[in-house]
Design a protein around this ligand. Structure first.
Ligand SMILES: Cc1cc2nc3c(=O)[nH]c(=O)nc-3n(C[C@H](O)[C@H](O)[C@H](O)COP(=O)(O)OP(=O)(O)OC[C@H]3O[C@@H](n4cnc5c(N)ncnc54)[C@H](O)[C@@H]3O)c2cc1C
Length: 439
């Protein structure tokens, strides 16, 4: 592929810079100090991006702590890779490694799910009935994809009947590519949407819409393809300036947009999607779709006393934490990081990079009996793919300010090859460095 705007950068320089992409913005914790002696018992629920990063960093900073991580999942999934798999650019195993390989020495892994959290008694109970007491608890359980909330959806059908499900996992992302590849050969009507709940990587549904349009153009079938995007609310993206840019690009590319359409049901036999709208339910036919279900906190968190007790997330179950410190508002020895945290932005791996050091420093400050100055400013980043070989590196904070990690090099609202490389090449290296506590 010819890239006229290629910027001359050595691979090493580029990767170093990309690591900065998840590292330059935000308000960080103070520099590392010597190991701190402690006998604290720290339990981490979840060994995904946030839990593994936290475990690694705590092992490196504490001496004598008992650190236990609880997670039944044997596979570590690099989820940002799912979009690339679903675009036929990477194989399914690109996103798969093992949980064990990332966990540092000095951490005990209980290979079970946590079933119960009792923050009054400072203990958790595993699915197998094991009770583990803690002095500090880190919630890092990610979120639950609520497939049952899309009536008629059947995971076994992904890859058939024009059904894609990029979020479901690497195998389903690969099956989605099969369906998208066939669709863009044959033509028809593609209908895309996102759920009305909070969600991880809110840019991903838009990216897949752009990619489907792009494949149809490359194959010369765009004239036989209709592309529709049904937004759950009155905008395509929560940051107004980004919303406007995406709206203009969708207009340019002939993507037809509908607003205030919330997915309710799919009929795979008849190929019909049902959306709730302010005017009542509407049905629309499709030949290809990417089902993205509502997202909620995992049951173990939802069924505990730890979620928000009121406000917009009352039904979603996210942990009630202070948005600057990631510390639980009612249980100060509990922190939440990653997707399960009840903060207004930040359900991305890029946010994990900035949340974990803040929570870590507050926890260690408690051990040292000092106050931590570390704060998280809501930094999140979304390499918004707009076609194969081009993306916009969109980074923003709680206030919807665009935060540029590379001012003068990467303009956030321009479709650039270098921003594409951030997603396609550098993000995984940066993510892996984060898991090792190096980014
Ligand atoms: C399609 C897609 C594209 C994305 N693209 C990007 C991107 O471009 N850039 C970006 O920064 N981010 C992206 N993300 C988001 C990113 O992957 C997540 O935000 C990140 O993985 C969150 O980390 P986490 O640790 O909170 O959750 P996860 O990494 O999901 O880990 C959660 C862990 O908790 C475990 N768990 C669940 N329940 C329990 C329980 N009861 N007990 C114990 N353990 C439990 C799970 O087994 C899992 O191992 C994307 C995600 C998807 C799905």
């Amino acid at each position: 592929m010819d890239h006229p705007d290629r910027i001359a950068l050595s691979r090493r320089g580029f990767l170093g810079m990309a690591a900065g992409g998840m590292a330059l913005a935000g308000t960080g914790a103070p520099a590392r100090a010597q190991k701190i002696p402690t006998s604290a018992r720290i339990v981490i629920l979840g060994a995904g991006a946030a839990g593994t990063t936290m475990a690694r960093r705590l092992v490196e900073r504490l001496d004598g702590a008992t650190i236990t991580i609880v997670d039944a999942r044997k596979r570590h999934l690099y989820q940002p890779g799912f979009t690339l798999i679903a675009a036929g650019l990477k194989p399914a195993n690109y996103a798969v490694s093992s949980t064990a390989e990332w966990l540092p020495k000095g951490v005990e892994w209980i290979e079970e799910a946590a079933a119960e959290i009792d923050p009054e008694a400072n203990r958790i109970v595993t699915a197998g009935g094991k009770t583990v007491a803690y002095d500090f608890l880190i919630l890092a359980t990610g979120l639950k994809l609520d497939w049952d909330a899309v009536e008629g959806f059947d995971m076994n059908l992904v890859g058939t009947n024009g059904i894609g499900a990029v979020y479901a996992g690497p195998e389903q992302a690969a099956a989605t590519w099969g369906a998208m590849n066939r669709f863009t050969d044959e033509g028809g009507k593609a209908v895309f949407f996102r759920p009305a709940t909070e969600m991880k990587c809110a840019g991903a549904p838009l990216k897949y819409t752009f990619l489907t349009d792009d494949y149809a153009r490359r194959k010369g079938s765009r004239g036989r393809v209709e592309v529709h995007y049904h937004a759950h609310a009155g905008a395509l993206f929560s940051v107004p300036i980004v919303n406007e840019k995406v709206r203009m690009l969708f207009d340019d590319r002939g993507v037809k947009t509908q607003y205030n359409h919330v997915i309710k049901a799919i009929d795979p036999g008849k190929k019909i999607l049902t959306f709730a709208t302010p005017e009542g339910d509407i049905e629309t036919d499709y030949d290809f779709t990417n089902v993205i279900p509502p997202m909620v906190a995992p049951d173990v968190l939802r069924n505990s006393p730890l979620p928000w007790q009121g406000g917009p997330w009352i039904n979603e179950g996210w942990a009630e934490v202070n948005q600057e410190t990631m510390r639980h508002v009612r249980y100060p020895n509990v922190f939440a990081v990653g997707d399960c945290a009840g903060v207004p932005k930040g359900k991305t791996a890029a946010s994990v990079k900035w949340q974990v050091p803040v929570a870590e420093d507050h926890l260690i400050a408690d051990i040292e009996d000092r106050l931590s100055p570390a704060t998280y400013n809501g930094y999140t980043s979304c390499p918004m793919i707009t076609r194969v070989g081009r993306a916009m590196l969109i980074e923003f904070d709680y206030k919807n300010n665009l935060v540029e990690s590379f001012p003068g090099v990467i303009a956030p609202l321009e479709e650039l090859w270098i921003s594409w490389l951030m997603k396609e090449v550098a993000l995984k290296a940066t993510y892996n460095a984060m898991l090792r506590g190096k980014a």
